[in-house]
Design a binder for this molecule. Structure first.
Ligand SMILES: [Zn+2]
Length: 483
């Protein structure tokens, strides 16, 4: 019996040993001699990655794998492989005419997954379906549906700057009905907005938890940050209204807001929200309190309330990254009408003087994100494109640059755009790392992003579920956008 077993093992060994080199990886794509970089393992050099059927089949030291000339080989010598990037805050429905170009723009810049944080559900579902049906040629799309807002709602369709991205809900019951509807349509998360009452927010948070849907959004003006976080806020966009809870006089500010909300309840939502922000933001930032800040950040860390700072939309009024030629070059990839509008719009913003308030707020913003990161609050990279001249895909790289400026290491910045969003959606077994069995959503870079985060822009190849788009294919894609 024992002898038989040894004989069997011997035959097996000889069989494997004799198989032709590379045969195991027929019809696979092999990336050889590359340095891999991911959030768990940092940089590992001289790796060979075998991709098959849209997934990562095998990873090994290059010297340990024998490939044959029949293998489809991508020589990764001197190059760097990172997981496909996420933009965790986009809006397909913000400029509807732009949506058809957004898939190609995202992919061209290495963004293989996006999280849409608000818009008309029918419109979003259409793009999500399109993406689901074409997983190798479009980015993965996660959607929240409309902003769940109270009354009067902010994004009510009253002007081009306020497209109808939200639903105005009068009661907690109405909010729950909307949650049921969205869940049955198939949203991936929910988004709470600023005019919700605490009762509505609690009802939504409870139901979201029961359904296993992450609840993101802006802290309702009628609430404080810690209460919202404790109630089950999965994530907060733009640090919106956080400053109002980290001020020395936070309680007083909340009472004031409640009065303003009651007084303005019959007016327009956008007007009311603006008047509250204008009357409180500056004062709150000037009264920023070390102890209160610590309490809020601790609550976020303990409750795992992720932050999506969106530096690009929140601080660009001051930093004006779109002043660069490189940035404005990307406008040629937009539909002609939008290109014209953006060129005019940027010219106007560049002439505008930066107010003292905006500078103070920007400094507070960078500092607070840095503190959050130090305290292990989860951070995700998101831009808010295509709002505020943020070219889809391209702007994500500048979000990473801003995150590093705020104190994240380049590897942490990469994590915020790869593993973190995967974990947020409980997809960390499928996405976000360079690991066997995971989806082959990958980006090959010509330079090391750990040396300089700007190097994430040096894109050599983008791979979406195994579909390899090399530089020539990406250039061709972009040429088609530039009509
Ligand atoms: Zn947004």
């Amino acid at each position: 019996m024992k002898q038989n077993k040894i004989l069997f093992l011997l035959i097996l060994f000889v069989f494997i040993g004799c198989s032709k080199p590379g045969e195991l990886f027929k019809e696979a794509t092999c990336i050889t001699n590359i340095s891999t970089i991911d959030a768990n393992n940092g940089l590992i050099s001289n790796q060979t990655i075998i991709l098959k059927d849209g997934k990562i089949l095998k990873i090994a030291k290059s010297k340990d794998l024998k490939l044959s000339p029949e293998n489809k080989i991508i020589d990764g010598t001197g190059k760097f492989l990172i997981p496909g990037l996420w933009d965790a805050h986009v809006h397909f429905a913000y400029i509807e005419e732009m949506a058809p170009s957004m898939f190609d723009l995202f992919l061209s810049y290495g963004v293989t997954s996006v999280r849409d944080t608000g818009g008309k559900i029918d419109f979003l579902k259409k793009w999500k379906n399109e993406s689901t049906a074409n997983p190798t040629t479009t980015p993965r799309v996660m959607i929240a549906g409309p902003l769940l807002d109270g009354m009067p709602n902010v994004y009510d369709g009253s002007s081009p700057a306020r497209p109808p991205l939200s639903v105005g809900l009068a009661t907690p019951e109405a909010a729950l009905l909307e949650v049921e509807k969205l869940d049955s349509i198939g949203v991936d998360l929910l988004k709470a907005y600023e005019m919700l009452s605490p009762e509505q927010f609690f009802a939504i948070a409870k139901r979201a938890k029961e359904k296993g849907l992450p609840l993101t959004g802006h802290i309702p003006l009628s609430m404080d940050a810690i209460t919202a976080s404790n109630a089950g806020f999965s994530s907060i966009e733009h640090l919106r209204n956080v400053e109002m809870s980290t001020a020395k006089n936070a309680d007083e500010l909340l009472e004031q807001r409640k009065k303003m909300l009651a007084l303005g309840k019959d007016g327009e939502g956008s007007v009311l929200r603006k008047s509250i922000h204008e009357s409180q933001r500056r004062e709150a930032v000037l009264n920023a309190d070390e102890e209160k800040t610590k309490e809020v950040i601790t609550a976020f860390a303990e409750n795992k309330t992720w932050q999506i700072p969106t530096f690009m939309v929140m601080t660009s009024f001051v930093d004006k990254p779109f002043a660069s030629k490189d940035w404005q070059e990307t406008f040629k990839y937009l539909p002609p009408d939008i290109e014209r509008k953006w060129r005019d719009g940027v010219a106007t913003v560049l002439e505008m003087e930066v107010t003292e308030d905006r500078k103070i707020y920007k400094d507070w913003f960078f500092e607070t994100v840095g503190k959050m990161n130090k305290a292990n609050v989860g951070i995700m990279a998101g831009t808010d494109c295509p709002i505020f001249y943020l070219t889809p895909g391209y702007s994500l790289h500048h979000e990473l640059i801003a995150l590093v400026k705020a104190g994240l290491t380049p590897l942490e910045a990469i994590e915020s755009a790869t593993l973190s969003p995967a974990r947020y959606f409980k997809m960390e077994k499928e996405l976000g790392l360079i690991s066997e069995g995971m989806f082959a959503d990958l980006v090959i870079l010509d330079a090391n992003p750990l040396d300089d985060i700007q190097n994430t822009k040096k894109i050599n190849t983008v791979i979406k579920q195994g579909n390899v788009l090399n530089r020539a294919a990406l250039d061709e894609k972009m040429k088609q956008l530039d009509q």
